[in-house]
Design a binder for this molecule. Structure first.
Ligand SMILES: NC(=O)c1ccc[n+]([C@@H]2O[C@H](COP(=O)([O-])OP(=O)(O)OC[C@H]3O[C@@H](n4cnc5c(N)ncnc54)[C@H](O)[C@@H]3O)[C@@H](O)[C@H]2O)c1
Length: 455
């Protein structure tokens, strides 16, 4: 056998940098020089690269290692019906693995964290589901409220996961609840053994169309919203609209704010649907029963949730780690985090988002991007969805302070997503103080005394 040379390539002094591909042969990875490997190269070629530079100061290596996240978002009915095996197996993509699990007699193990309100309503069904499937389980009901959205709550989950001695490869943590529960469990899962797969089962409208479909996890910290968190998507999200039937009316409106966000940013049809059938959706709690309503609204629940999710996925998938700071999904999220935390717990997340969007609609109109009629239609739609459109604590100081913070964290530009007509938007970084003040005055004059203003 030949001796392996200590340095296996001759360094090209002119190029200053060498590119290596990585090839695995017989369990061992080795560097191979060059961008393209010859067709005769045997073994598994990684998508990762190593770039090596040598200078008088020494050698440096740059590692480029693409990480791909694959996750499923599955709409289903009767999720807790024992005949539906989605909760247990819906996340598995490999048909062989699925087959072998189905054929084994070894019981499955599942660790579930559930919002305690949801547990009271659906706990017996969940327990029965696991019993029927002979699952070894631990169900942990927790008071996952915005005030409790903290690292302490994440630690509590981690301690219990550890006691259950979770197998990181085969036993995904299941989170069942609203956005708060899903966010905390997501963070805990991303910490446990550095990254344990988790499943999201949203039970509020807001979490159904927004908090469950992307990659973000988080808890509040130092009185700042979602200050600690990670960008680790779940392995799967299972959507069952029937959970929403027990959600209080105010929380349905709350979720509709995030839906309206997507409508205003990129889907005129969704806006018109909310304008026309908003009351039906609120009254029916997104169930499909249209008795007593016009026949054409029976599809409104399935259509509006589907479009909201599709438009959200379109914006999130290419920018899962939010590297691109120009994000339409940030509409309504420039001022609202400060406002929400300032008045906690009086405003819900979507309500704070709506107040932010309402002001921004005035900014858009002041900039000449929206007509007066379009502005009025948007505000009327918000009022129809029973959302607050103004808040006394949303002062000009808070607006400017929030935008200033944004400036600090967004590479020196405010990057304001604004509607430019109904269902279309752009990102603007040239909004003057004069426009902000002018819009604020009109906003207060016109909406400060409206029934949908909060104080
Ligand atoms: N990760 C993300 O991308 C993302 C996106 C948007 C929002 N969020 C986060 O989501 C949170 C808001 O989520 P939310 O509005 O779902 O609030 P939430 O989780 O506080 O739930 C709202 C209330 O509804 C109750 N509830 C939940 N499901 C129920 C059901 N089926 N029946 C009856 N009651 C039910 C809960 O106990 C709670 O009291 C915020 O913390 C926000 O930061 C995260």
């Amino acid at each position: 056998m030949g001796k392996t040379p200590l340095v296996d390539t001759v360094y090209d002094n002119k190029k200053k940098q060498k590119e290596f591909s990585l090839v695995q042969v017989k369990d061992t990875w080795r560097r191979k020089v060059g961008k393209k490997l010859s067709k005769t190269t045997k073994g598994c070629v990684s998508a990762a690269k190593i770039y090596e530079s040598i200078s008088e100061k020494g050698t440096s290596w740059t590692v480029v290692s693409p990480i791909v996240f694959t996750y499923k978002v599955i709409e289903t009915e009767g999720l807790l019906d024992p005949s539906n095996d989605t909760v247990l197996l819906g996340h598995i993509r490999d048909p062989q693995e699925l087959e072998s699990i189905k054929n084994t007699t070894k019981p499955l193990r599942r660790f579930v964290v559930i919002d305690q309100v949801v547990y009271k309503l659906y706990g017996p069904k969940l327990t029965e589901y696991f019993e029927v499937h002979n699952v070894v389980y631990k169900i942990l009901p927790l008071p996952t409220t915005e005030e409790n959205k903290s690292m302490e709550m994440a630690m509590k989950i981690l301690e219990e996961a550890h006691k259950f001695s979770l197998d990181r490869r085969t036993e995904p943590i299941i989170a069942i609840g609203g956005g708060v529960c899903l966010d905390i469990v997501g963070l805990a899962a991303s910490l446990y053994r550095r990254r344990t797969p988790y499943i999201r089962i949203p039970t509020t409208l807001l979490s159904y169309i927004d908090a469950s479909v992307g990659a973000k996890t988080g808890v509040n910290f130092a009185n700042c919203k979602n200050k600690l968190g990670s960008y680790i998507p779940p392995v799967a999200t299972f959507l069952d609209r029937s959970f929403i039937q027990t959600v209080p009316r105010r929380h349905i409106s709350n979720g509709m704010a995030e839906m309206l966000k997507m409508a205003l940013m990129k889907h005129r049809g969704l806006f018109e649907l909310l304008e026309m059938h908003g009351k039906f959706l609120l009254d029916s709690r997104f169930q499909s029963d249209s008795r007593g309503y016009e026949s054409n609204c029976s599809e409104a629940a399935s259509l509006s949730t589907r479009v909201a999710i599709e438009t959200m996925l379109e914006e999130l998938a290419p920018n899962l780690w939010e590297d691109d700071l120009n994000r339409l999904v940030d509409f309504g999220h420039l001022i609202s985090p400060k406002l929400e935390m300032k008045v906690l717990p009086s405003l819900l997340h979507g309500e704070a988002v709506n107040i932010d969007m309402s002001y921004m609609v005035y900014v858009s109109q002041e900039k000449g991007l929206l007509t007066e009629e379009e502005k009025q239609r948007i505000v009327s739609c918000m009022v129809g969805l029973e959302l607050p459109v103004w808040h006394s604590e949303c002062t000009m100081d808070l607006v400017l302070h929030s935008l200033c913070e944004r400036l600090k964290h967004s590479g020196g530009l405010v990057r304001m997503p604004l509607p430019v007509g109904l269902g279309q938007a752009g990102i603007f970084n040239d909004t003057s103080d004069e426009i902000l003040h002018g819009a604020y005055k009109k906003w207060c004059d016109e909406l400060g005394t409206s029934p949908n203003s909060s104080s």
